[in-house]
Design a protein around this ligand. Structure first.
Ligand code: FVH
Length: 307
């Protein structure tokens, strides 16, 4: 439990050169993480349940460990990226004796509750703990434009920031270890909503033979306007005050009727716009018809109504 000093470019562990790191779990993502560390010159120890997955990394200079415990013992910083919490618990239970004095960074997807429980468990074994979420797919690992979210003690994050930067742009969210998982879930929800809206629009214009690529060029420009709306509405949400001086909920209820009509006319599925209209109508019914779209947060926060 000894956070090592901050180091902007040097490394934690040796005091000179990139720090030694262990990667546990060599699926698609774990292999990409290990490759990024090797690329940056980190002495990298790897372990995977199915040992053969280590071979391509060993060819690139990684050191294979015979057991998870030996892998953890090899480096001060241990990155775990396995399928799920059950897999993580299995691996850590077998190797818990090696954890004292290490920093465990868990990049396995999970819930905030699981992150907090794993942080407490690691602490009870004398290890520091950071939870993380990788906001890209394996080909994006190592790209400094990609966000990697972290939560846990700030000093631990700062101590290991140089090594964690090998994966992308490390973004610290706060001391609660559950924050990375919470933001991850919320951001994935945003991604799925956005991509489904885009696909719905693509189906609609595609019904008139417009290619997806034509629609997408326009859609991407529109998304930059939409990010402006988010910046306008976020302070409204924080203030609980939604002045409808740009476009009211009632105006948008009328507008989405056109989308639903056009979808029906083209034989395109209407479930998504119907869901959106229903949410707008609930906000309007609760007195937000003249407010901005941001007032829908009241319905999302209290689906059953109430103060
Ligand atoms: N791939 C992605 O794009 C996403 C991006 C965002 C974050 N996720 C999360 O990363 C975790 C790992 O995902 P992955 O894509 O690497 O998954 P796989 O390629 O299927 O590899 C799974 C690894 O987990 C090992 N494993 C599974 N069960 C166990 C177990 N009981 N004991 C020990 N290890 C286990 C598996 O080992 P093996 O099957 O090769 O022996 C792989 O190493 C995941 O949480 C994503 O949500 C990726």
């Amino acid at each position: 439990m000894n956070p090592l000093p901050d180091a902007a470019s040097s490394s934690v562990g040796t005091g000179q050169g990139p720090a030694p790191v262990t990667v546990i779990g060599l699926g698609a993502m774990g292999s990409a993480l290990a490759a990024a560390l090797l690329e940056r010159g980190h002495p990298t120890t790897v372990w995977n349940r199915s040992a053969e997955k280590a071979a391509p990394l060993v060819e690139r200079g990684a050191r294979p460990a015979a057991t998870a415990g030996a892998a953890i013992a090899a480096s001060p910083l241990v990155i775990a990226c396995v399928l799920d919490q059950t897999a993580l618990d299995t691996v850590l239970a077998d190797a818990s004796g090696s954890l004292a004095g290490k920093t465990l960074v868990n990049l396995t997807s999970g819930s905030p509750e699981q992150a907090r429980a794993t942080a407490a468990w690691a602490g009870s074994r004398g290890a520091d703990y950071l939870d993380g979420a990788i906001m890209t797919t394996p080909p994006g690992v190592g790209d400094p434009r990609m966000m990697i979210l972290f939560s846990g003690p700030r000093a631990v994050f700062e101590a290991h920031r140089p090594a964690l930067s090998a994966f992308g742009d490390p973004l610290y969210l706060g001391a609660d270890p559950g924050l990375a998982s919470l933001f991850d879930a919320a951001l994935l929800g945003l991604m799925w909503s956005t991509m489904t809206g885009w696909l719905h629009g693509t189906a609609l214009v595609g019904a008139e033979a417009a290619p997806a690529t034509d629609f997408t060029a326009v859609a991407i420009r529109w998304l930059s306007a939409v990010t402006g709306f988010l910046s306008t509405y976020a302070p409204q949400v924080d203030a609980g005050h939604y002045p409808g001086d740009d476009a009211t909920v009632d105006v948008q209820i009328a507008a989405i009727g056109h989308l639903i009509h056009a979808s029906e006319a083209s034989g395109v599925d209407t479930a998504l716009p119907e869901l959106l209209r229903a949410t707008m109508e609930r906000a309007s019914a609760r007195g937000h018809g003249r407010d901005s779209y941001a007032s829908l947060i009241e319905v999302l926060r209290k689906p059953e109504g109430g103060a």
